[in-house]
Design a binder for this molecule. Structure first.
Ligand SMILES: NC(=O)c1ccc[n+]([C@@H]2O[C@H](COP(=O)([O-])OP(=O)(O)OC[C@H]3O[C@@H](n4cnc5c(N)ncnc54)[C@H](OP(=O)(O)O)[C@@H]3O)[C@@H](O)[C@H]2O)c1
Length: 213
């Protein structure tokens, strides 16, 4: 059993991972989020809620007391700053294992027409800070796993395949439920995929763009 700190605990993938962690594992969860009243605690003996902002290193460091694994489900234009703060707080607290949600495209690893479409959608404010944030994580000495989901759907399926740091990205889309499953499996066996960056897509979704576009 591990003590897991979830940053951005009200995020859509984070909420699915939390449900799965509560129903299929015995890990203890510390849920770190802004505006904590939004989150409904289902199992008070396994969930601790901390209201906080990932731009606050002191709050992050305090939340890291007794934590084994950090799962960061953050994101917006400030994600590079969030990455710097998470790395600094983990260094100060002596916590090593980090699971970091990023996005496809940060290494220009998406081939073909879909790669060009992805750039057209994400360049100019989204892809650049996510790329910079991943570099902050990779330049740290943390035992990180970066997860790069394809375009996210809310389909009620768990169906995915994985590519690694230097592979071309496959597919165009993936369900949030699938990403939650990848996260839960990494929390269950944190020795997997250390200092790797995983592309995650639904099999057989190759094309010029996701099916919902
Ligand atoms: N949409 C796609 O197709 C796609 C594809 C690949 C990757 N991604 C990325 O994957 C990530 C996870 O996806 P998702 O659907 O779970 O996203 P989400 O629902 O937007 O969750 C992100 C969470 O980050 C939290 N957050 C942002 N800044 C914060 C801060 N300073 N302190 C604390 N929490 C903060 C937000 O909290 P608040 O609720 O307080 O704002 C939000 O709950 C996102 O970064 C997303 O951009 C998206």
């Amino acid at each position: 059993m591990s003590h897991v700190l979830i940053l951005g605990a009200n995020g859509q993938i984070a909420r699915l991972a939390e449900q799965q962690l509560l129903s299929t594992t015995s890990h203890q969860l510390t849920l770190f989020l802004r505006h904590a009243s939004r989150l409904q605690v289902k199992n008070p003996s396994r969930e601790t809620v901390i209201e906080g902002d990932a731009t606050d290193v002191a709050a992050l460091k305090a939340a890291l007391a007794g934590i084994d694994i950090v799962y960061a489900n953050l994101g917006n234009a400030q994600i590079e700053k969030q990455a710097q703060n998470v790395v600094a707080a983990m260094d100060q607290a002596g916590v090593k294992r980090l699971i970091w949600i990023s996005t496809l495209g940060i290494y220009d690893e998406v081939p073909g027409k879909f790669g060009a479409w992805n750039h057209a959608q994400l360049d100019g404010g989204y892809l650049e800070p996510y790329t910079a944030a991943a570099k902050v994580i990779e330049d740290s000495d943390l035992a990180y796993t970066i997860i790069r989901p394809a375009w996210l759907s809310n389909k009620d399926i768990v169906s995915y395949e994985i590519t690694h740091r230097h592979d071309a990205f496959k597919g165009t889309e993936v369900s949030r439920k699938s990403i939650a499953d990848v996260v839960v499996k990494l929390i269950d066996d944190p020795s997997q995929a250390q200092r790797d960056s995983l592309g995650v897509n639904q099999p057989n979704t190759d094309g010029d763009k996701p099916s919902f576009y």
